[in-house]
Design a binder for this molecule. Structure first.
Ligand code: 13P
Length: 259
């Protein structure tokens, strides 16, 4: 199995000082590690340049943004372009997080444009998908996730799709303490891989990183990461404390080494 990918999504948390402290703590702790996993930190926009400086110096993690504009440049007050992110050293960008779909009305159409611009600027889109609680209660989770992926990603060529990461984040598990069971996660991840395989073939589907997100923490990470189709995690709350996040990275490393 390929090496794991662990991404911390800080969301809209931390003041400048706290952000620097967290970056420092993580960089310092990872200094002595020989990592197989890829670690990515996604702080809010104003801290990205500081974060990429830490990342460059450390060499043990990369930086991601939490969003980007769907336009290339121009009169779009308040927006940040993929090119700007690239220019400050950002290598990953979360796209279509359920919070953006819910609070900012992002549609598949918006998301497909963002994905295109990120790829044009050599940034890896971390595309989020996942069903609402009532959709799962009605057995619609596979239809929902399949539509989200097809609508926003399947216009890509195989060469482009190779540079995409997918994060399965069931909305009912985000920030709620309700984690998908390892079985539920594995079932959805296997479904997503099969979708990718039908569209892009076995090799690309095999190499695709499919992350789990939603109340993933230091206690449950190992069991989730042990599932054959779970290639790492997109971590919210537990990425805000260095020790919790480091324990999750350690879980990823443990699984990686066992195989
Ligand atoms: P929590 O880990 O806080 O549930 O958040 C998950 C998430 O939304 C990561 O993008």
């Amino acid at each position: 199995m390929k090496d794991k990918l662990v991404i911390g999504n800080w969301k809209m948390n931390k003041n400048f000082e706290e952000a620097e402290e967290l970056l420092e703590d993580i960089a310092e702790a990872l200094e002595d590690w020989v990592l197989r996993s890829t670690v990515v930190l996604c702080p809010p926009f104003p801290y990205l340049e500081m974060a990429t400086d830490y990342a460059d110096e450390s060499g043990h993690f990369a930086c991601g943004a939490q969003n980007c504009a769907e336009f290339e440049d121009g009169a779009y007050t308040g927006e940040v372009s993929a090119k700007m992110l690239h220019d400050v050293g950002v290598q990953f960008c979360i796209v279509g997080h359920s919070e953006r779909r819910k609070y900012f009305g992002e549609s598949s159409e918006n998301l497909s444009k963002k994905v295109n611009l990120l790829l044009e600027n050599d940034i890896i889109p971390v595309f989020c998908c996942g069903e609402l609680q009532n959709e799962r209660e009605h057995g619609k989770q596979f239809d929902v996730v399949s539509a989200q992926i097809k609508e926003a990603l399947f216009h890509l060529t195989a060469e482009q799709f190779e540079h995409v990461v997918i994060a399965y984040e069931p909305v009912w598990a985000i920030g709620t303490g309700l984690t998908a069971s390892p079985k539920q996660a594995e079932e959805m991840h296997a479904f997503i891989r099969t979708l990718a395989e039908k569209q892009y073939g076995t090799e690309i589907a095999y190499n695709l990183h499919i992350l789990y997100g939603g109340s993933c923490n230091a206690q449950n990470a190992l069991e989730l990461f042990m599932q054959p189709n779970v290639d790492g995690g997109l971590i919210g709350g537990a990425s805000l404390k260095a020790n919790d996040f480091l324990a999750i990275i350690e879980a990823a490393e443990t699984v990686g080494k066992e195989e």
